[in-house]
Design a binder for this molecule. Structure first.
Ligand code: GDP
Length: 395
């Protein structure tokens, strides 16, 4: 609907569109009016002033619409997190992961596990609450089998090398190598802009410099580290320490060797090389014939950079390609799932010894609560529902 916004004096402050989303089908589940006005600073300030004068009006708090949507059960917590990730997504792979989470894939998985768990718990509670002759004899074994199956699925989900979390935050790639190998020059080349200071004097890159790249849809945080060499200079030594730490923490490493010293390769850099390292020889413009296992490049002329970028893209894609199953994307999910696994382990150990079923049931309840906390849906009343839906007790 076309609207004109007027202030107390009757002056038309702005005109635009009003969209009416009646409850319960709006994003938040409440009655919502969306005003489409002109976006200038003064226009928005004036419109806000007019609206603020109306009774019951105030500015929304950060995330308040999403919070209301959650409180009105329009979204679960993982979907709300997916929405936040979508807003922050810088690359295609991040956007896709966020979309999937926002669409409920992750939350559905956790809810499925929780429902299966509540059913196992119901079987267990029945065993505690009712005389043995009233319940099927294999109930105990069934409950244990169900819990074991969920626990195996949770373990597989947790064993993901933090793929979802890394994709969400960006894949960190550390450029390591001796001073003057051309690390800064290479970073600048890859970044396509002058992000790092390039200097002919050894040991000038004393801190870690980062650039964010989009490599084939994957977010990559490329860090140039200080040259690895033993130094008497305190600041530079700190730089070297940081470089080593950074290399240890990185998801991938680009080891850059100085073509000027070929075939003598820096032993400190060689020692850092592992399966997650791409080995690069720089300065091939000096006439270096690099070996197999090394990608020859020239940061100066740009030769070999396409091959390097392709190798880096494929290494990243290989490791962080989203799988068919949804990935957990936050430490919060991981912590809750680990708590869940600990409860399962206690439950399974106790049921092997045929220990007190009350304690074992409590472990299942804790596990269900941990799962419920991830999606934000914790409700013990549901257990009763499952019992009555599945059994004809007293028959
Ligand atoms: P870093 O200490 O490893 O970061 O090395 P820099 O990027 O600061 O480069 C050190 C020196 O090597 C500078 O004088 C660069 O101009 C030079 N350099 C870098 N890349 C190349 C290259 O591909 N070929 C040649 N000939 N010189 C290079």
């Amino acid at each position: 609907m076309r609207v004109r916004l007027t202030d107390d004096s009757g002056e038309v402050v702005d005109d635009g569109l009003a969209l009416w989303f009646p409850a319960p089908n709006s994003f938040t589940g409440e009655d919502v009016v969306e005003l489409h006005l002109h976006g200038g600073t003064a226009a928005i300030t004036a419109a806000t002033r007019v609206l603020a004068a109306l009774p019951g009006h105030r500015l929304a708090e950060p995330g308040e619409f999403t919070r209301r949507a959650f409180e009105n059960a329009k979204l679960d917590l993982t979907e709300a997190e997916g929405l936040a990730d979508l807003v922050d997504a810088e690359t295609d792979a991040q956007r896709r992961q966020a979309r999937r989470q926002m669409a409920g894939e992750l939350g559905d998985l956790y809810e499925q596990w929780r429902a299966a768990l509540l059913s196992a718990l119901a079987h267990f509670e029945a065993e505690i609450d009712f005389a043995e002759e009233d319940i099927p004899p294999d109930l105990h074994a069934r409950a244990v089998g169900e819990v074991r199956a969920i626990s195996t699925a949770v373990a597989a989900h947790l064993d993901d090398k933090r793929r979802g979390e890394i994709l969400r935050g960006g894949v960190s790639v550390a450029i390591v190598g001796p001073p003057n190998a051309g690390k800064s020059s290479l970073l600048n080349r890859l970044a396509g802009r002058d992000a790092a200071i390039v200097s002919a004097t050894a040991g000038t890159t004393r801190d870690v410099i980062e650039v964010h790249l989009d490599l084939g849809g994957f977010p990559v945080i490329l860090a140039d580290t200080a040259g690895l060499r033993v130094s008497g200079d305190d600041i530079e030594q700190e730089g070297v320490r940081r470089a080593k730490r950074r290399a240890d923490e990185a998801d991938l490493k680009l080891a850059v060797f100085d073509g000027a010293t070929w075939p003598n390769l820096d032993p400190t850099t060689l020692a850092l090389c592992d399966d997650d390292t791409i080995r690069v020889v720089n300065k091939i413009d000096l006439g270096v014939a690099s070996d197999a296992g090394f990608i020859g490049v020239s940061a100066l002329s740009g030769a070999g950079l396409d091959a390097l970028e392709a190798a880096l893209s494929s290494a990243v894609a290989q490791r962080f390609q989203p799988s068919a199953a949804p990935a957990l994307t936050r430490a919060r999910h991981r912590a809750a799932l680990e708590e869940c696994q600990a409860s399962f382990a206690r439950f399974l150990a106790a049921s092997e010894k045929k220990g007190a079923p009350e304690l074992a049931a409590e472990d299942l309840r804790l596990a269900a609560r941990a799962l419920g906390r991830i999606t934000g849906r914790v409700d013990v009343e549901e257990i009763l529902g499952v019992i009555f839906a599945e059994f004809c007790i007293g028959k």
